[in-house]
Write a protein that binds this ligand. Structure first.
Ligand SMILES: [Zn+2]
Ligand SMILES: [Zn+2]
Length: 395
């Protein structure tokens, strides 16, 4: 068990690191990775500075063919996100790493695709269903740049990620709108969110990544909700994408009509677990996508979905369940098939024991024992029943 003081020091180091990397300017293709608050070990693997990319193209990963194709894999990690991007130059990017239980499966999937180095590792925001498996990933691969939004949380899951970052002697670069990750002719990768620096909801801190390859494009929206979508629209950034990773697992709190119109995707992909407690994807979101004539893929039905672009055309492949199917909160114990479908529940979860109530996606909600669990349709209902809001997810 880690001492409290050590945990506080770790979080402080994270804050210093990302604060140091936060300038007021827009793109930071030329600035150095954020200061590392003394976390670089002398034995750290030497990471080629990506800032030299203009004069010297980064070396391709040895196992990657660099075959001129962009491959974007949406891993079937249940009610969570994990996206592997294999760039045509042979480099790899991983956006999120599933829940804590998904770590080993994400690692083995990447290895099966010949990945030995993750040149760009993006933690969209510090919710367990996005960063849970990231400590496993950091320990298993040679890692280049690590991008995170400038926000912290006090969960053990987040501390585990910071610890793995520290152990590897890695630096953290700030993920925020305007930051360019990669710019090599026909291949361009940049963040279009978060635009702001003060959000009540961790989901709106989500790093949103746009990838352009030739005339094809992808937008990976993390869990960004309507507030962040409005800011992205107001920023004037190019949001157009052929493929949209739908925000927040298809929740109705994301994918506002104006945002969907600006992205104007041909394909939508929803990363979602079968029979999840939140009723994701919400029927409102599915209706919006259907009305716009967008072809929808879902990891709960299609398993892992891989989009391949040659810079002009995109092809789609459904791999089925390459990663074990699991429902949320089953803790890897109960097989998905035995979990009772709960239907559409998008309210709040209370703990009869602590008398606190949570957003359904709060990690503390996931840890409530079934006999202590109570569901409320609205916030008002929970408060009327004498429950107080959780300080972590702030419902
Ligand atoms: Zn999520
Ligand atoms: Zn989230």
């Amino acid at each position: 068990m880690m001492k409290r003081s050590a945990i506080v020091a770790l979080i402080l180091a994270f804050l210093l690191a990302v604060l140091a990397g936060c300038g007021s300017s827009g793109t930071n293709t030329s600035d150095q990775p954020a200061a590392n608050a003394g976390t670089v070990a002398s034995t750290a693997p030497s990471v080629p500075p990506t800032d030299n990319r203009e004069s010297r193209p980064p070396a391709a990963s040895p196992q990657s063919s660099g075959d001129g194709l962009l491959k974007v894999h949406f891993l079937d990690v249940g009610q969570a996100d994990s996206i592997l991007v294999q760039f045509p130059n042979g480099q790899n990017m991983l956006v999120d790493a599933g829940n804590n239980d998904d770590g080993p499966a994400v690692v083995s999937y990447l290895k099966s695709k010949g990945v030995s180095r993750i040149d760009y590792l993006v933690a969209t925001h510090p919710h367990e269903d996005h960063i849970g498996g990231m400590d496993n990933v950091i320990r298993a691969f040679n890692i280049g740049r690590v991008y995170m939004p400038r926000v912290t949380t006090t969960t053990k899951t987040f501390e585990d990620v910071l610890l793995a970052v520290k152990e590897k002697g890695l630096k953290i670069s700030t993920a925020r709108a305007g930051v360019t990750v990669l710019d090599q002719g026909s291949l361009k990768v940049n963040f279009v969110a978060p635009c702001g620096s003060n959000y009540e909801d961790l989901n709106n801190w989500s790093a949103v990544t746009r990838i352009q390859y030739g005339s094809t494009s992808f937008l990976l929206a993390g869990d960004a909700e309507a507030q962040s979508e409005e800011e992205m629209l107001a920023s004037g950034a190019n949001l157009k994408a052929d493929v949209l990773k739908v925000g927040h697992h298809g929740s109705s709190s994301s994918t506002s009509p104006a945002f969907l119109k600006a992205v104007a995707p041909k394909y939508a992909i929803i990363s979602v677990g079968a029979g999840n407690d939140y009723g994701h994807p919400h029927k409102e979101t599915l209706a919006k996508l259907a009305n716009a004539g967008i072809r929808v893929y879902r990891t709960d039905r299609d398993g892992t979905v891989v989009f391949t672009s040659d810079g002009k055309n995109i092809s789609v492949e459904k791999l089925g369940s390459t990663i074990r199917p699991r429902a949320p909160d089953a803790g890897g114990v109960a097989p998905a098939a035995t979990v009772t479908p709960t239907g559409s529940k998008s309210g709040y979860i209370g703990n009869k024991n602590s008398k606190k109530f949570h957003r359904p996606d709060c990690r503390w909600a996931a840890e409530i024992a079934p006999h202590n669990r109570v569901e409320f349709g609205t916030r008002e209902e929970a408060i009327a029943a004498g429950y107080v809001p959780c300080k972590v997810c702030r419902p």
